[in-house]
Write a protein that binds this ligand. Structure first.
Ligand code: ZN
Length: 352
């Protein structure tokens, strides 16, 4: 059901913000509507309401309307002037409040239940006080209480200590009327319903989450806040769990591949090193041959490190690198037999 922000007479019944928490399923259900319709919705699934959604536990606290620039209050000031009859004729007064109606309709469209509730309540209060003598004073007081949490949480998250201190202070001097309903006579099915301020509902939510030992966490994949059963849960949902699993696999594959690359590089190094050692220790060691193979080894080492880095950077394939290493090993073998007048030396080293 849509709320009409152009209407000039209010309907019967109070607008309520009703919340029920499900500890087992870790969900919360919010219904916004008129008192009697909301209880019908809870009891029998019927009743015309403005909002009825079941969301992950903590959604209300995490997504609560925040108003750092106090736009709600700026608009409330226009309604106060209209109620205070700054203009003498009703037509002028309605014209004065028309931009506010647009602002509220836009907030209502946002789909955030705390903003929807505040938008409807604002227009209903305006209609309440439109013809009252002290309407301007009364609407100012009512709306300030309604918007207080939005200002409070503009800078702090609701579960942070600073915000909670501010909220406790605000609760002391605000109308904190709230109703508890048990529509299904089942003990865990408890509904908390607020009329004039969301503060007690927020406090109720915080209290319940704390009682159940749940914690607020920030998802390490998407960065979103969410409510978790313990500090060990670091991912907000199935989607982020899938992303994390893929990342873990990629990291493992990358590590395994890196290990294989280092191993190959090391084996090739040892091959060269043993060749040169053999040559140096040979009975007929020839300084010229040693120098030639030694120089080739030095050249090889420089080039091998360069190519290994290329593989790591993805500029060269692993198999191309392996092929190159094999070619180099053939080259050093050829070099040794070329410079070796006694073929037995080359033979001995090759047979090893
Ligand atoms: Zn996430």
């Amino acid at each position: 059901m849509e709320y009409d922000f152009t209407k000039r007479e209010r309907d019967f019944g109070r607008i309520v913000f009703a919340l029920t928490l499900d500890r087992k399923k870790m969900t919360e259900r919010v219904i916004v509507g008129r008192n009697t319709e909301v209880s019908l919705r809870f009891e029998r699934g019927i009743g015309e309401v403005y909002y009825d959604e079941t969301r992950p536990l903590g959604s209300l606290l995490i997504g609560l309307e925040a108003d750092p620039t106090r736009q709600w209050n700026v608009n409330a000031a226009i309604l106060r002037d209209s109620c205070g009859k700054v203009f003498p004729f009703d037509a002028q007064r309605w014209m004065q409040s028309a931009p506010v109606a647009d602002y509220l309709a836009q907030k209502y469209e946002s789909g955030e239940p705390s903003a929807m509730f505040a938008a409807i309540r604002t227009w209903e209060e305006y209609l309440n006080f439109f013809n009252l003598n002290h309407g301007a004073d009364l609407i100012t007081e009512r709306l300030a209480a309604l918007y207080r949490p939005f200002v409070l949480y503009a800078e702090n998250r609701p579960w942070q200590e600073l915000a909670q201190d501010a909220m406790s202070a605000a609760l002391r001097d605000t109308d904190t009327e709230v109703s508890l309903w048990y529509p299904a006579k089942k003990r865990p099915f408890e509904v908390v319903a607020a009329f004039s301020s969301l503060l007690p509902v927020i406090q109720y939510c915080l209290f319940k989450l704390d009682e159940w030992g749940f914690v607020f966490q920030q998802c390490k994949i998407c960065g979103k806040d969410f409510v978790a059963k313990s500090r060990h849960c670091e991912l907000c949902g199935d989607e982020c769990r899938r992303v994390q699993a893929a990342l873990n696999k990629r990291e493992f594959d990358g590590r395994a591949k890196g290990d294989k690359l280092e191993q190959l590089h090391e084996n090739a190094y040892n091959y060269w090193y043993n060749r040169l050692r053999k040559l140096k220790k040979g009975k007929t060691a020839d300084p010229e041959r040693v120098a030639a193979v030694g120089a080739a080894f030095k050249e090889y080492r420089k080039e091998a490190v360069k190519r290994k880095t290329s593989v790591k950077n993805g500029e060269m394939s692993f198999s191309d690198f392996a092929t190159w290493l094999a070619e180099q090993q053939n080259a050093v073998d050829a070099l040794m037999s070329e410079t070796d007048p006694d073929p037995k030396v080359g033979l001995t080293s090759k047979s090893r």
